[in-house]
Write a protein that binds this ligand. Structure first.
Ligand SMILES: Cc1cc2nc3c(=O)[nH]c(=O)nc-3n(C[C@H](O)[C@H](O)[C@H](O)COP(=O)(O)OP(=O)(O)OC[C@H]3O[C@@H](n4cnc5c(N)ncnc54)[C@H](O)[C@@H]3O)c2cc1C
Length: 510
């Protein structure tokens, strides 16, 4: 595994050890279990001997958070994911249960569960999705009602990774149906449900495309009695806790796409060097080289964004956009890489004698679990544009007298004191020349004019009434304005708006 300059000695040592252990121990187990469609308990047992489940748990409870952290957890999951099914349960325990207990649990809860998690004696499951609440996860309907020292839980969950083999379920239930709580996202409560809780059962084990034997399950809660002790945080803090864990969850959902990409590259390279067609190795064919090149740069970029985000998370930075990019880019890259690996290997690519056929099927999961690529794009758009707000401001531009083209002014121009609505109309008309077809926000207009909000609204409404301006309204009032054709005629003579490039024949510029 290639290391990064910002990794600590402990990370580098962990990476070397994890690679060796995965090659020598985990891959033979994982590939065997995948072919048998068997949940890999043996894989989990072996990983427990390495202390990997405690990557995000402080030393005090038997873990390695101080030396490994999110970067270490990513290193471990990247390596272990090369073993396919054998890695199942590692991530769900590390970022599903362990981190949430570390960050939100009471001391008594930490003492009860964390040491056993670190030893691999308790396997965790992330329990959010329901039959009627997928991408819109705030729509959870399973209810928890406090009765004395227990919650009575009713409802169902689905698509729960490794659920049939887990011991701890990091669950989110509805505890308030008041509209104001739903609006403020204080309607959910987080709690740890333990295997063996009365009224709590596996309803169904799904047969899935890929991740053979991974025990993806439906769960059923029928008047299940969950001790109030098991609640994490306060009632109504479930959404906050769920969102708080999602960044690390997404980084660590991205890391297990890196291992499969590496496996694709090494099996593809083996094939391209050894398969001879048309009197040459297929690796001598440029299109195959391009495919391998695409796999390699996608792996490089995916690893960069995963380990950069993990490093930021270790520094305590809030990284929702980075984590979403990690998950989206690396899962899409893994899907594309496995598809090209199959193609480069021809018929052998779809035979079960190589792991590439399995990786191709497994890859699709990553684009869906822990937030689909589309939902992540929504997050990147919303949060990313907020983060970049200062960089997104386009400078004031004016028509350059010589070039007759809009150019940035540099230092903002002094504002004109507004005497009447004609000044506002002038600005709207000028915007027709500089940003044709675009409306102006009130802030845009105020970059040119020294005018109060109230006066500006008054002038714009008056211009609208006279048919000189068109207004775009939002629920909050006037959002944007533009000039109308009549407004253009009123503001300037027709020649003012004309523009002909120097190369145009004069006789055609009429
Ligand atoms: C293999 C696997 C393992 C999983 N493991 C777990 C687990 O351990 N724990 C758990 O709680 N959940 C788990 N999930 C559930 C997973 O998080 C959800 O499947 C996922 O969030 C999408 O929900 P959905 O399947 O209901 O799809 P839907 O929400 O029904 O979405 C269907 C399609 O519509 C698109 N879509 C939905 N809303 C929007 C929108 N607003 N804008 C644009 N597109 C949209 C989606 O991108 C998708 O393409 C797992 C899922 C899979 C496949």
């Amino acid at each position: 595994m290639e290391t990064y300059p910002w990794w600590s000695e402990a990370h580098i040592k962990l990476a070397e050890d994890a690679k060796k252990f995965t090659d020598e121990v985990l891959i033979p187990i994982g590939e065997r279990d995948a072919l048998l469609k068997k949940f890999s308990r043996e894989g989990l047992k072996q990983m427990a001997t390495k202390g990997w489940f405690g990557a995000l748990v402080p030393k005090k409870y038997g873990g390695h958070a101080e030396e490994w952290g999110v970067t270490g957890a990513a290193i471990i999951t990247e390596e272990a994911s090369r073993a396919g099914e054998a890695a199942g349960g590692l991530g769900t325990t590390m970022f599903g249960s362990a981190t949430q207990i570390v960050h939100n649990g009471t001391e008594a809860q930490k003492q009860k569960w964390l040491p056993k998690i670190c030893k691999g004696e308790l396997i965790g499951c992330i329990t959010m999705t329901e039959p009627y609440a997928g991408s819109d996860i705030a729509g959870i309907e399973s209810t928890a009602v406090l009765e004395g020292d227990h919650y009575i839980v009713n409802g169902k969950k689905r698509y729960q990774t490794i659920a049939a083999a887990a011991d701890l379920y990091m669950c989110y239930f509805l505890t308030s149906s008041k509209p104001e709580d739903r609006m403020m996202y204080t309607h959910l409560t987080a709690m740890v449900v333990e295997k063996g809780t009365p009224g709590f059962h596996i309803e169904k084990i799904n047969d899935t495309m890929g991740y053979d034997g991974s025990y993806n399950c439906y769960l059923s809660f029928d008047n299940a009695k969950v001790p109030a002790f098991n609640r994490l945080g306060q009632e109504g803090e479930g959404w906050k806790i769920m969102m708080g864990g999602l960044n690390v969850e997404r980084i660590l959902n991205a890391a297990p796409t890196l291992g499969p990409m590496r496996e694709c590259i090494r099996y593809t390279q083996q094939h391209l060097q050894r398969r001879v067609q048309f009197n040459q190795p297929t690796g001598a064919i440029a299109t195959n080289q391009f495919k391998l090149a695409d796999m390699i740069w996608k792996l490089y970029l995916s690893r960069l964004v995963v380990y950069y985000s993990a490093h930021c998370a270790d520094l305590g930075k809030d990284v929702p956009v980075e984590a979403a990019i990690c998950k989206m880019f690396s899962s899409d890259s893994c899907m594309e890489t496995s598809m090209e690996a199959v193609q480069c290997m021809g018929g052998n690519g779809i035979m079960k004698i190589y792991p590439i056929e399995r990786i191709f099927r497994d890859s699709k999961h990553a684009q869906i679990a822990a937030g689909t690529s589309e939902v992540l794009k929504l997050l990147i758009y919303r949060q990313g544009t907020r983060n970049m707000k200062n960089d997104l401001h386009v400078p004031q531009r004016v028509i350059d007298p010589e070039l007759k083209m809009p150019l940035p002014v540099g230092k903002p121009l002094p504002k004109t004191a507004v005497k009447n609505e004609a000044d506002v109309l002038k600005v709207l008309a000028e915007n027709y020349r500089v940003n044709p077809g675009l409306h102006m926000t009130l802030e845009d207009i105020k970059e040119w004019l020294d005018v109060s909000d109230a006066d500006l609204v008054k002038y714009l409404e008056s211009l609208e009434k006279q048919g000189l301006a068109g207004l775009y309204r939002t629920r909050k009032g006037i959002g944007m304005a533009r000039v109308t054709y009549t407004g253009l005629q009123k503001a300037n003579p027709p020649e003012y708006y004309r523009y002909f490039p120097a190369w145009a024949d004069k006789q055609d510029c009429w």
